[in-house]
Design a protein around this ligand. Structure first.
Ligand code: ADP
Ligand code: MG
Length: 450
């Protein structure tokens, strides 16, 4: 009837950007055999554009008419989506442009976002054409969700918008060095990892971060205090460090209350974080024992929101202001934590997956407003490192309780490499080496996540 005709939704119009060189170089073939038949069936209309070179997609999305499209979908790996996101942010109307739903149909070798979307949709972890099919179905369903972006500033002042990761050391080395095994598809990372383990390097650096004290982290829901033992003098810095190490979150009040009770009775409190039942992402139970600290000091220095810092003055490029970051050449705020050490790797990530089969941050959500900062300190044995990477496929590496692996949820961080040569990547793409800093922008973009 006439009524149902007028109520009929307009077919969605997607811009499909295909990188013929992504992954094993068979994206176009995958597109014709798998993608186009299904999306045509789903009444999606599309323009298919093949990228001709690096940055082609980035330039293309700078000049498109936003009204004409319901989404921009890359048929490639994470690298092409990185170009799209940054192209949208470079527009004068970035505020509207970045709300354009973006999607990914995994045909690259690094398909981390596809892995994350597949996970959030409730599918089993998948690779290759199985992952591609899942993502095509999710694209057809077409639910759009907000997704955090991280603004990353490098030493020359360039700013990137990142949806996946910043990596230094082991992981960025593997990512870039394994380019030569590109013909293997995603197996290039496995081979690259083995090669790197064999010639394990460490990197000296200074890592500073703004820990999240009030984040809702689904993995640890309760903190129980079991008073035991005697009091001994407490170093506040030690308490602060430990609290940021466990990324203390919604349990803040519980801890605060219970701990003062424990102090009243003059007993030594110990904190126990328990994983929430049924959570596949549970951290193993961790126990932290502290000596005493006057309650008022603890409130002031540890548990209250961070000091207000003067607003930064350095950012004149497009995009939201980085209100948490001082200029890169000025010291970090006093409320930040700094670790100077030798590292095997530093990895900041904001998705569950670092690759389709690397379930690196199981507790991450698309828009949790958190940067999950991981680092592995020097001293770890090759065996332990391999064990971590093997466990990462199932996301159980954190449960190994490897003392060299640290995870901290943060809102901002700065990394100052002190080793002269090295590789830094943002979303798997190489950027200039040197000091780098970044902060989260909660829900800035939209992703088609089914
Ligand atoms: P993969 O996961 O296989 O690395 P990506 O989507 O990350 O696939 O793409 C890899 C790189 O290829 C990115 O840096 C991207 O900018 C670049 N690129 C895009 N189109 C082309 C092209 N036509 N020729 C060469 N490189 C391209
Ligand atoms: Mg890539």
């Amino acid at each position: 009837t006439e009524i149902s005709l007028t109520l009929q939704p307009k077919p969605r119009r997607f811009m499909l950007l295909l990188n013929p060189c992504g992954g094993r170089g068979n994206a176009l073939q995958q597109c014709h055999t798998h993608i186009l038949p299904i999306i045509t069936e789903a009444d999606i209309s599309y323009n298919l554009i093949q990228t001709e070179r690096q940055n082609h997609a980035r330039e293309l999305v700078q000049s498109i008419n936003l009204e004409e499209w319901d989404g921009i979908v890359v048929i490639s790996g994470d690298g092409l989506l990185f170009e799209v996101v940054n192209g949208l942010m470079e527009r004068p109307d970035w505020e509207d442009a970045i709300k354009m739903p973006v999607g990914v149909l995994p045909c690259g070798s690094g398909n981390a976002l596809a892995g994350a979307i597949n996970y959030h949709a409730g599918f089993d972890q998948a690779m290759g054409s199985e992952l591609l099919l899942n993502c095509i179905l999710l694209l057809c369903r077409g639910t759009v969700m907000p997704m955090d972006l991280v603004s990353v500033t490098t030493c020359s002042g360039a700013r990137f918008f990142s949806f996946l990761s910043v990596a230094w050391g082991f992981i960025s080395d593997v990512d870039i060095e394994s380019e030569k095994y590109r013909h293997m598809g995603s197996a290039r990372f496995t081979v690259g990892t083995m090669v790197r383990v064999a010639s394990l390097r460490t990197y000296r650096g200074r890592l500073s971060y703004l820990p999240v004290l009030d984040a809702h982290r689904p993995i640890c829901r309760s903190i129980t205090l079991s008073p035991n033992g005697n009091l001994s003098p407490l170093k506040r810095s030690q308490l602060h460090r430990t609290i940021s190490d466990i990324g203390l979150c919604e349990e803040r009040n519980v801890m605060c209350k219970r701990s003062s009770a424990a102090f009243d009775t003059g007993e030594l409190p110990s904190f126990e974080t328990s994983p929430s039942p049924g959570s596949p992402t549970a951290l193993n139970t961790s126990r932290f024992t502290f000596d005493s600290v006057p309650d008022d000091q603890m409130q002031q220095d540890v548990l209250l929101p961070n000091d207000k810092e003067p607003p930064p003055t350095h950012n004149h490029v497009n995009g939201p202001e980085d209100d948490l970051l001082p200029p890169l050449n000025q010291p970090v705020p006093k409320s930040w934590v700094t670790v100077e050490d030798d590292f095997v790797l530093v990895l900041a990530m904001y998705q569950t997956h670092l690759g389709a089969d690397l379930f690196t941050a199981p507790f991450s959500c698309l828009d949790d407003g958190l940067i999950h900062l991981f680092f592995v300190k020097a001293g770890i044995s090759r065996t332990a490192l391999v064990r971590l990477f093997l466990a990462m496929e199932k996301g159980t590496h954190i449960e190994l309780e490897c003392p060299y692996l640290v995870h901290v949820p943060v809102r901002a961080f700065r990394l100052e490499p002190l080793t002269r040569k090295g590789i830094l990547t943002v979303d798997g793409e190489r950027v200039e080496y040197g000091p780098v800093q970044a902060q989260i922008h909660h829900g800035l973009s939209n992703v088609i996540s089914g």
